[in-house]
Ligand binder design. Structure first.
Ligand code: SAH
Ligand code: SF4
Length: 390
């Protein structure tokens, strides 16, 4: 069954589809301004509309009219030409430690995706999805076990970040209501009235480099200095190893961080866990990684899901050390989140520490990702599976 989900022949040839943008959230600010001018309106109206959405958190067409000094004719034209809606929250779960909130969002066509808000160590991070399901079929991954349904649009990716931003606003409002003396409603910048979203990781459902154009368009929109203004250094794109996508990131000199999911340090062991490795072989992947680090002068994060007795022994760690010897790298170890479709168990903490110690002898920095949120099925795709089977 699993083999049928993803073979070299079934990986779609194109990296991404590029349908015309028909949703307000899929437009960059210059594009929105150009549309307004095309329709015969002042660029100032477009800039105001943009600010209302990204800085003041407007979420429905009806929220604009009475107060924003935007002509009704302009708003009518915008909302007749462009969709403007947000996915509905169909389920929210919070981890027992209170730091992780996971949202199952319902898209306009009723498909479900996951978005996670993480707030710990003073960092606020949104983990967003890039596709409904995934074509890559990694055997231990709940999303891979679902198979591929479709790419998300840039608007659907932007909407996830704005959803997290809205949650942060609501949290700030609730805190201000509880302790009004601490609130400062007169602060000139709407940004500073609530905790800002600072970090964005593409580690939710789907393979972001399989949906390259929409992901990069969403990143451009979210980086806009007049909008959420995320720093490029605060954005990470995690890939299963889509070689043409890695090469394109380097050629386009995209300033985001790159994480590559490795899981196996030989072609055979990797392909057993990551069927996509049959299409993009380990040697070719390592060449693309070297090219990326040489072109951009930036290290790559390598992710390694630790599976008890499968890829967590000292021999595996030495193989990783040897493989990454000439690449500026950091390794992130992720103990397996068990899923229904895969019989593996997570490596215990002592085993993870030994793996780390071996990598240290190669001079490779290595962290073990804390499994926060595990009690809310915070592994990729796990909430959507739970919902579908509930
Ligand atoms: N498709 C991309 C990004 C989404 S998955 C990729 O594969 O990199 C983000 C990370 O979670 C990947 O490193 C993936 O291998 C890991 N992952 C997926 N399912 C997991 C599970 N059940 N337990 C631990 N890590 C998992
Ligand atoms: Fe897709 Fe990433 Fe899951 Fe693999 S781990 S199936 S690439 S989402």
């Amino acid at each position: 069954m699993r083999d049928a989900r993803m073979s070299a022949a079934t990986v779609p040839a194109s990296l991404s589809a590029t349908p015309p943008v028909s949703h307000l959230l899929g437009l960059t600010r210059p594009e929105l301004i150009a549309r307004a001018v095309e329709w015969g309106f002042s660029p100032v109206h477009a800039a105001t509309l943009w600010n209302e959405i990204y800085l003041r958190g407007r979420r429905t067409p009806s929220e604009f009219r009475p107060r924003d000094h935007l002509p009704t004719r302009f708003l009518d034209r915008v909302f007749s030409e462009l969709a403007f809606d947000f996915p509905a929250v169909t389920r929210e779960t919070r981890s027992s430690d209170g730091f992780t909130r996971k949202y199952l969002l319902g898209l306009a066509d009723a498909h479900r995706i996951e978005t996670v808000l993480m707030r710990y160590s003073g960092r606020t991070t949104a983990c967003v999805s890039s596709q409904v399901g995934c074509a890559m079929g990694c055997v231990f991954c709940a999303t891979g076990q679902m198979g591929y349904t479709r790419h998300l649009t840039a608007a659907e990716i932007v909407a996830q970040a704005l959803h997290v931003d809205a949650v942060l606003r609501e949290t700030a409002a609730a805190e201000a209501a509880a302790a009004p003396a601490l609130a400062d409603p007169s602060h000139p910048s709407p940004h500073h009235r609530h905790e800002r979203l600072r970090n964005l990781v593409f580690m939710g459902m789907g393979e972001p480099l399989h949906n390259y154009d929409a992901v990069m368009r969403a990143i451009d929109i979210l980086r806009d200095p007049c909008g959420l203004a995320l720093g490029a250094q605060k954005i990470s794109v995690s890939t299963v190893g889509v070689v043409p996508g890695i090469r394109r990131l380097a050629a386009e000199r995209r300033p985001v961080h790159l994480a590559v999911s490795l899981h196996g340090a030989t072609q055979e062991e990797r392909a057993a866990l990551v069927p996509a490795a049959r299409k993009w072989k380990l040697d070719e992947l390592m060449d693309a990684c070297r090219e990326y680090t040489a072109t951009l002068g930036r290290r790559i994060f390598f992710e390694w899901t630790l599976i008890d007795g499968k890829n967590d022994g000292p021999g595996h760690a030495h193989a990783v050390g040897a493989l990454l010897r000439d690449i500026p790298a950091q390794v992130n170890l992720i103990p397996l989140n068990p899923t229904c479709g895969y019989a593996g168990e997570p490596t215990r903490p002592a085993g993870a520490r030994s793996f780390q110690d071996v990598l240290a002898t190669y001079g490779i920095p290595c962290t073990v990702r804390q499994r926060r949120g595990i009690d809310i099925a915070a592994g990729c795709g796990q909430l959507a599976v739970a919902e579908a089977s509930a």
